[in-house]
Design a protein around this ligand. Structure first.
Ligand code: UD1
Length: 430
């Protein structure tokens, strides 16, 4: 890849935030990270060149680019446009060093198998937020006729020709839905995926595959039907705006009691986030055609309960950011994390800033406090790092955040964007 901006300044640097500054203005949202990663895997289904636009410049995207390069794909990234020449896809082994750092790179298993009849992908392993197994991907591929063996930490999958099948997912896993939908595009006959994930990124991937000639119906509902075709052709495709980045800016506006317009967004992707902000007491409104504005409310900001769920429920990827906001809302709130088993590690860091939170199992009980006070804190995962930035924007005094490699996986130019809204923050060597 031509640029490696995402990797700049990541290690050994910290973010210094002086909190309590009002934000104002309009902020831009990049293309969705999770769409980009799935679509990059999906490009392996094409036997020519693909051009993908609105691709965010992130460490995770560059890592995925490295996986594709290792498989024989020519990858060029230039200011948001990704050109992938898949003509010479010939290697079936995804490199351990990268798959172990980027779980989404496991998703290449479906397209690799469909294209080459063989795929060898290391188990992605656990990560900071949970064990994150892949048995749903594996069982689905077996249903499509693949022989799958797991040996020495490597998933080996073979199939001379995948065959359409009816697959019921025990849980609407985003990754498993994507893996199986991709594999089915080149299978013989019809595949029906029941209890499929309905996330917008699944729909984006389906639309990308359809732009290459795949026959997919029902993406965005619980039942996805794919009719296999012999091959897919070249395409140029633009990725949807990142609803989690947008949601993070929405909370930045709320937690600083500011007026900010966030654009572009697809408002329907933000329904639970808009609803919760309004419930707490902010004014979150859609500004047609593709903006959302967050403004201070007229009364008090009241705590609320949140339970993370698969889409269209409240996104787990917004849980940490909302927890930061709820620490400064009146009364008590209960946040229940149902998607990942270990996604409350930011609690300890928020407590350093003066938050009053108790954890019991997968519940966090938050008692609102009048203010947070700046302190040194460490990011524990991607969205936790965003939550700490948000808390730092609101806290009195200076917050110094380390562990920024997490932040750089998922936010492009976050400091620059927040500074353009008036925030006082700077990244410096530790
Ligand atoms: C994707 C997103 C991630 C988001 C998550 C849930 C990408 C690159 N990442 O992750 O940001 O937080 O969706 O919205 O798109 N599970 C199993 N067995 C499996 C697969 C999953 O038990 O074979 C479990 C997981 O451990 C987890 C739950 O299902 O508890 C949801 O995971 P899943 O939807 O698969 O998340 P990802 O696709 O990994």
């Amino acid at each position: 890849m031509t640029t490696q901006v995402g990797e700049l300044l990541t290690t050994d640097s910290v973010l210094r935030i002086r909190g309590g500054v009002l934000l104002r203005g309009e902020v831009g949202v990049n293309g969705a990270k999770n769409s980009a990663l799935a679509i990059m895997a999906g490009a392996l289904l094409c036997s020519q060149e693909c051009r993908i636009r609105n691709v965010p410049n992130l460490v995770d995207v560059h890592r995925m680019g490295q996986v594709l390069t290792a498989l024989g794909v020519k990858v060029r990234y230039d200011r948001g446009a990704l050109e992938l020449d898949v003509t010479h896809l010939h290697r079936s082994l995804a490199p351990y060093e990268i798959v172990s750092q980027l779980r989404a790179s496991f998703f290449v298993i479906g397209p690799l198998l469909a294209r080459l009849g063989v795929a060898r992908v290391p188990m992605p392993g656990g990560c900071a937020i949970g064990a994150r197994p892949v048995e749903l991907h594996v069982r689905g591929l077996q249903a499509l006729g693949a022989v799958v063996q797991i040996e020495h930490g490597m998933v080996h999958a073979y199939a001379r020709k995948l065959k359409g099948a009816n697959i019921y997912l025990d849980y609407p896993s985003v990754g498993a839905t994507e893996t199986l939908m991709m594999a089915a595009t080149l299978a013989e006959g019809e595949t029906v995926i029941e209890n499929a994930a309905q996330e917008p990124e699944v729909v984006d991937l389906a639309n990308f595959c359809r732009s290459m000639g795949a026959k997919i119906r029902g993406a965005g509902t619980k039942t996805i039907t794919v009719v296999g075709v012999p091959r897919l052709h070249t395409t140029e495709y633009s990725i949807i705006p990142d609803r989690i980045e947008a949601g993070t800016f929405m909370v930045a506006a709320a937690i600083t009691r500011s007026d900010v317009l966030i654009t572009p967004v697809i408002p329907e992707h933000l329904t639970p986030v808009i609803a919760k902000l309004n419930e707490i007491g902010f004014q979150a409104t859609v500004e047609a055609p593709n903006g959302v504005r967050v403004q201070p409310g007229a009364g008090v900001y009241q705590g609320t309960d949140i339970e993370t769920l698969p889409f269209p429920g409240f996104p787990t990827d917004m849980q940490a950011q909302f927890m930061a906001l709820l620490t400064l809302s009146e009364g008590s709130s209960v946040v229940t994390e149902t998607v990942f088993e270990n996604r409350l590690r930011h609690v300890a860091e928020l407590q350093r800033l003066g938050a009053n939170i108790r954890v019991k199992g997968n519940h966090a009980v938050i008692q609102g406090v009048p203010f947070l006070s700046g302190a040194p804190v460490t990011a524990t995962d991607l969205r936790a790092s965003a939550a700490l930035v948000l808390a730092g924007l609101a806290a009195q005094g200076e917050t110094v955040i380390s562990g920024l490699h997490h932040l750089d996986r998922g936010y492009e130019r976050l400091e620059e964007k927040l500074r353009s809204l008036g925030a006082d923050l700077v990244r410096v060597a530790a």
